[in-house]
Design a protein around this ligand. Sequence first.
Ligand code: GTP
Ligand code: MG
Ligand code: ZN
Length: 384
Amino acid sequence: MSKKKKVRVAFRKNRQTRTRSNDLTRRFEGGEVRGADPVSAERVRAKGALSRHRTVMQEVDDQSTESGSADDPMASMAVDLSECLSGRVLRVHGLESVVQAEDGRRYRCGVRRVLKNLAIDGRNVVAVGDRIWFRPSGEDQGVIEKVEPRFGSVTRGYRHREHVIVANVDQLLIVSAFAEPELKLPLIDRYLISAEKGEVQPIIVLNKADLVDLAAYQWVFGLYAQLGYEVIPCSASSGLGIDRLREVLGQGTTALSGQSGVGKSSLLNVVQPGLNLKVGEVSSWTRKGKHTTTYAELLRLEQGGYVVDTPGLRQFELWDVEPWELEQYFIEFRAYIPHCKFPDCSHIHESDCAVKDALSRDQIFDCRYESYLKLYLQQPIEGE
Ligand SMILES: Nc1nc2c(ncn2[C@@H]2O[C@H](COP(=O)(O)OP(=O)(O)OP(=O)(O)O)[C@@H](O)[C@H]2O)c(=O)[nH]1
Ligand SMILES: [Mg+2]
Ligand SMILES: [Zn+2]
């Protein structure tokens, strides 16, 4: 038996369990670190993060206690975990997942009904990288009973729902190509926002360097370096940047995401040839790639570190970022915002806007402002 109950849930559930350190480089202690630049040290959550709540109806078991945190619907469902094993989700196929238990054994798991119902709230029931508890049944099957809170997830909006691309990752490699398919900076900017929001360290990887003259792209490296983001120029064909990539992937769990055909799987194959990931061909007539990787998969690298290769995305819409919150994610705007005449300035049509003044003085890059505009006005990226 189950009954419905109204609960208040925070939009940003994971803030309940971990507050972000201001030092974005904390996960890299002792390793190669990005400079402790003042810009990233100032980074804060978008305003409103602490106050926005919504009420949802959720189904709870009769026997469940009232002790769970109202901010975490999962917590309000008492689950007897004594017969369960803990594991991590390696792959998801619809409502069936491949889960690896701590002893390394793999199980095909369905999802407990009450968890499925939570999906109505727009959250993915189970995502690759999730840490879960499952009740084994038979040799290699089971039922997922509980999903642990997620730390570090990459999400997007897809068909008016939240699509969790990957959960519990430390880093996101935002993979683009210099050419074939063409470089889209607004797409990188969206990924950066998603990473910031999901509390994942973003690193920009620009692949297919063999196809272009790198000198023409110095400004792109300069732009993102100024903002405090590492940019790794790479080529799966020539081997450029692969050493740095290996270093980066040696730490924690890293997801690779980007358009189809940019070379995510190719890069991983060069990092570790034994992976034998399927690599596609860029279809010459659309230049959009053919979606060769069809599901996200968590893989362990021999050198240490875990990676999640993900399928290319045609569209990348932000999820749960309101237009007035965007300015917080454009970190170079921050210094100017307090000097705008109107406290609720959108930096678009207002007079005496310090952000637009900075833009006219070339203190803000045109392409970043254009990204902001497109997002604010909810315009698609060209070619989407
Ligand atoms: N010239 C050149 N081609 C590359 C490079 N890296 C990958 N490619 C080619 O780009 C095409 C797409 O590579 P994939 O690795 O399948 O791309 P992907 O990003 O994994 O694509 P999806 O799985 O569809 O998301 C293949 O034909 C690769 O051979 C590179 O550095 N230089
Ligand atoms: Mg691929
Ligand atoms: Zn303004």
